[in-house]
Design a protein around this ligand. Structure first.
Ligand code: NAD
Length: 496
């Protein structure tokens, strides 16, 4: 059994806690690796390495830090498919989707190459006689990232590209379900010229996370994962004096108005609902059919489903892979059972597909109609290939439904009416809105984040808000000796 160990101080360090966990190939159901779980002492060793590396790294010139990011960009580009293969082998998503994930991560590295421009401060000359004021942003120190299983390459990059470019040193605690991609990225960062100790990876579970949250020398924590854990990370981290951004789960709605192009909407629903087997925090999960179009829309979605090719992610013909673990597959499948018990109509039951009988953690694409807001399949984040359709009479009821939902990550509206789309964007309570775009993940030069129970903290991730999160401001008021302006003045400093 191959072992995955920590990466501390620029090299692989075998875990010594004696605790470890299994990593599976979800397409076969076979365990392929075991991953070391860090004890608090191992988190301490990573923090020590990162603390030692910090003074040198923050003093490294902006152009050298940018240069490292340019080299990292080239290396990710060069190894894109190899990295995607690692993702597929432990997460299960199809290789084209894994390559897309790496590409979106790479765009965050590209954004970070602009760090000399991003860290420009402000300057005001002559605020008082002979006095100038300027603002600068400086790195925080050692910062940590705790990431989910569903984007094992992209989400760590969301965090570390900006954090490192800003001059911080970084400790990553990736998901224990698919930790391989983070080790691949560690090797690439080293090759790109990131000094030892600037980037570290520690694996593990709650023990490792708690040690991060409690360590006094970690200044900030970025988290992406489920809502209950996000809330816990935010509360514990801030109680311990850390800056925290914690992105949580989602229940993303797609509102389809009667004037929408229903074929386009059905294509989008299938792509956004079943892509990556629904294991995306921006996946569409609940479709709200407005004003009598329910039957037609459900039929259009249902007729597309038999063509979706579900299979091993390494097979180029596959469009959707397995779920990440057996337990998660079974939990997702349970929503079909509870949905039927609670009165919904199961239009397509993926449990019956031949692929669902295979040894891997597969579940065929599933569609539930006549879902209502009191059903478990609506109330919970399913995070699997199960789409639910709800029906409402009018636009106002649709917006109310979205806004009453405790989550507020992504939302989309499908319509040909620009006025209604604009009103929707104004009224809807979600952080990322798509107009005829089902998965409105912001490009790297905007920032990513939801509202309500989808985000704890006040800072979205990556882009300008990422740079802001990983730096703190300083304002310098400066006067240089000039005999013509020097005088004794015991009054409070004034500008006029
Ligand atoms: P998770 O919350 O189970 O795990 C996320 C991280 O927290 C992992 O590193 C895990 O080891 C750690 N963790 C798990 N249990 C813990 C505990 N009790 N105490 C401390 N740490 C713990 O999430 P997941 O299943 O890996 O990922 C899927 C979830 O992530 C979904 O809810 C999805 O919506 C969410 N997600 C959100 C976004 C977003 O941007 N909002 C993006 C991707 C995924």
């Amino acid at each position: 059994m191959e072992r995955i160990s920590h990466w501390i101080g620029g090299k692989v360090v075998a875990g010594e806690s004696g605790r470890k966990g299994p990593v599976f190939n979800p397409a076969t159901g076979v365990q392929t690796h075991e991953v070391d779980f860090a004890a608090p002492e191992e988190i301490g060793a990573a923090v020590e390495a990162a603390s030692e590396a910090f003074p040198g790294w923050r003093a490294t010139s902006l152009s050298k830090r940018a240069d490292v990011m340019f080299r990292m960009r080239e290396l990710i580009e060069l190894h894109k498919v190899d990295l995607a293969r690692v993702v597929t082998s432990q997460h299960g998503k199809v290789i084209s989707d894994a390559t897309g994930e790496v590409q979106r991560g790479l765009e965050n590295v590209e954004f970070a190459t602009g760090i000399p421009n991003l860290l420009k401060g402000g300057f005001s000359e002559q605020v008082s006689t002979g006095v100038d004021v300027y603002s600068i942003r400086q790195p925080l120190g050692v910062v940590a990232g705790i990431t989910p299983f569903n984007f094992p390459a992209m989400v760590p990059i969301w965090m570390f590209a900006n954090a490192i470019a800003c001059g911080n040193t970084f400790i990553l605690k990736p998901s224990e379900k698919d930790p391989g991609a983070s080790m691949f990225l560690a090797e690439l960062l080293k090759e790109a010229g990131v000094p030892d100790g600037v980037f570290n990876v520690v694996h593990g579970d709650k023990v490792a996370v708690d040690a991060i949250l409690e360590h006094p020398d970690i200044r900030a924590v970025s988290f992406v994962g489920s809502t209950p854990i996000a809330r816990y990370i935010y509360e514990t981290g801030t109680r311990n004096g850390k800056r925290v951004q914690a992105l949580g789960g989602a229940k993303n709605h797609m509102v389809v108005l009667p004037d929408a192009d229903l074929d386009m909407a059905a294509d989008a629903a299938v792509s956004a609902g079943y892509g990556s087997a629904g294991e995306r925090c921006m996946a569409v999960s609940a479709i709200i059919a407005v004003g009598g179009i329910g039957d037609e829309l459900v039929n259009k979605i249902a007729e597309r489903l038999p063509a979706v090719k579900v299979g091993d992610g390494t097979d180029p013909a596959s469009e959707m892979g397995p779920l990440v673990t057996r337990e998660h597959r079974d939990k997702v499948a349970s929503y079909l059972e509870s949905g039927a018990e609670q009165g919904a109509t199961i239009v397509r039951d993926g449990r019956k597909d031949a692929v669902s009988q295979r040894d891997g953690f597969f579940l065929g694409v599933s569609l539930i109609d006549h879902v209502t807001t009191d059903m478990d399949c609506y109330r919970d984040e399913i995070f699997g290939p199960v789409l639910g359709v709800l029906r409402v009479d009018g636009y106002d009821e649709a917006v109310r439904m979205v806004n009453d939902n405790p989550y507020g990550n992504g939302v989309a509206i499908f319509t040909r009416d620009g006025g209604v789309a604009r009103r929707f964007q104004f009224e809807v309570g979600a952080g990322m809105v798509g107009v005829n775009v089902p998965i409105p993940v912001p490009v790297a030069y905007y920032s990513f984040g939801g509202w309500k129970s989808s985000l704890f903290g006040d800072s979205h991730m990556y882009g300008p808000e990422g740079v802001h999160f990983y730096t703190r401001g300083k304002v310098v008021t400066s006067r240089w000796p000039d005999p013509s302006t020097s005088q004794v003045d015991l009054g409070f400093p004034r500008t006029r």
